[in-house]
Write a protein that binds this ligand. Structure first.
Ligand code: FA5
Length: 354
């Protein structure tokens, strides 16, 4: 009996290794485990052998049966997994009724401009930082010189969480304080200027229209070192705009108030949808607020651990808060900002990276 089982084991192993599809696997299973299969034949033979050998022979047959069935299950699992992988990798896993041009997928236009800007600022020595979407009141407002009940908070009403004084960040400036703490030591001990951009999703309880969303993207940038001035700020803004648009765009710089910069500016872009005549995309003004900026307020530098009370102007810096979603509107000529969040593939799949 032992020899017979060993022969069957070998036969089974060799036949199993040749199996390539589920049907032949099932046939093999039946030939071993069905009522007329090899294991049943062994059981019939068991009846004929002397009583004193039955116990041992019975155990051998049982363990053979268990081994065979375990190896079938294992093989079946392997085949299913392989089948799934093939399906995922093959075109068959896609819905054939989808139009050809959207089968491939494409980057969201905001991702495209964000990456482009990261490259531009990266080439000018800026680090690219990531930051949380949930922040606390201190980082979003107080560290930015906006104390509780300051009227500037009205412009940035957002969504508050019921726990730990947290909220969805209303602007990327919320990361300024953490970035200053992160790189301040390198600045002071090694003289390495702080140069960082931090893109991110922002949220505001906003009346939505063609140029306002309640969820939109900004990219913040800061540069801090000794003797940083408004000329540095203007240089970086000009370089950024000419690289992004690769064509002449008309911009204007006017005074703007933000408690965390002094002086502060609004950098507007002439609406590329109407060419400055006025349309719903620019609220009929011909201009779109794109990138407010300014010199970082001494209080903000102090809260960020950069300057001391005694020498509040030891280091100076600029900051800007670029409206990424609006930039994408202007760059791609998208009339309505809501197009970016609607998830309509007919619109979104038109954008391709350079
Ligand atoms: C701010 O958010 C400041 N934190 C920017 C800043 C940073 C100023 C550093 C000075 C120094 P503001 O609320 O204006 O500012 O928003 C900045 C830009 O984000 C706007 O110019 C606009 O392009 C974009 N933006 C603001 N609100 C919306 C909105 N609801 N939908 C789409 N884009 C918006």
């Amino acid at each position: 009996m032992k020899q017979r089982i060993n022969e069957l084991k070998e036969r089974f192993a060799s036949e199993l290794s040749k199996v390539t599809d589920k049907q032949s696997l099932e046939e093999l299973r039946l030939s071993f485990l069905s009522k007329k299969g090899q294991v049943s034949l062994l059981m019939q033979e068991l009846a004929k052998i002397p009583n004193e050998q039955k116990k041992e022979a019975g155990q051998l047959i049982n363990s053979f049966k268990q081994e065979v069935s375990a190896r079938f299950d294992q093989k079946l699992e392997e085949m299913k997994k392989l089948e799934e992988e093939c399906l995922i990798n093959s075109a068959e896993s896609y819905d054939e009724s989808l139009p050809e041009n959207i089968k491939k997928g494409s980057y969201h236009p905001i991702t495209l401009v964000q990456r482009e800007l990261e490259d531009i600022f990266g080439s000018m020595g800026f680090d690219v930082e990531d930051y949380s979407e949930i922040v606390d009141d201190y980082h979003c407002f107080e560290a930015l010189n906006i104390p509780k009940f300051h009227p500037a908070r009205d412009m940035q009403d957002t969504y508050y969480l019921s726990t730990r004084n947290q909220l969805l960040k209303s602007h990327t400036s919320a990361a300024q304080n953490s970035i200053m703490h992160k790189y301040g030591k390198l600045l002071k001990e090694n003289g390495r200027p702080i140069r960082a951009v931090f893109p991110g999703r922002c949220f505001r309880n906003e009346a939505i229209d063609a140029c306002h969303e309640n969820t939109f993207f900004q990219m913040e940038g800061i540069m801090i070192d000794k003797d940083i001035s408004i000329s540095n700020l203007i240089y970086f803004m000009k370089t950024m705009l000419s690289e992004v648009f690769e064509r002449d765009v008309t911009v204007r710089l006017r005074p703007g108030f933000f408690p965390f910069v002094e002086p502060g500016f609004e950098l507007d872009i002439q609406c590329s949808i109407c060419g400055g005549k006025g349309c719903p995309s620019c609220k009929n003004s011909g201009w779109l607020e794109l990138c407010p900026c300014g010199m970082i307020h001494p209080n903000v530098l102090k809260y960020g651990g950069i300057n001391s009370e005694e020498d509040p102007y030891e280091y100076t810096g600029f900051a800007f808060g670029l409206g990424l979603t609006r930039l994408a509107m202007m760059k791609y000529g998208v009339k309505d900002i809501r197009t970016f969040n609607e998830g309509d593939l007919r619109a979104l799949s038109q954008f391709v990276s350079r």
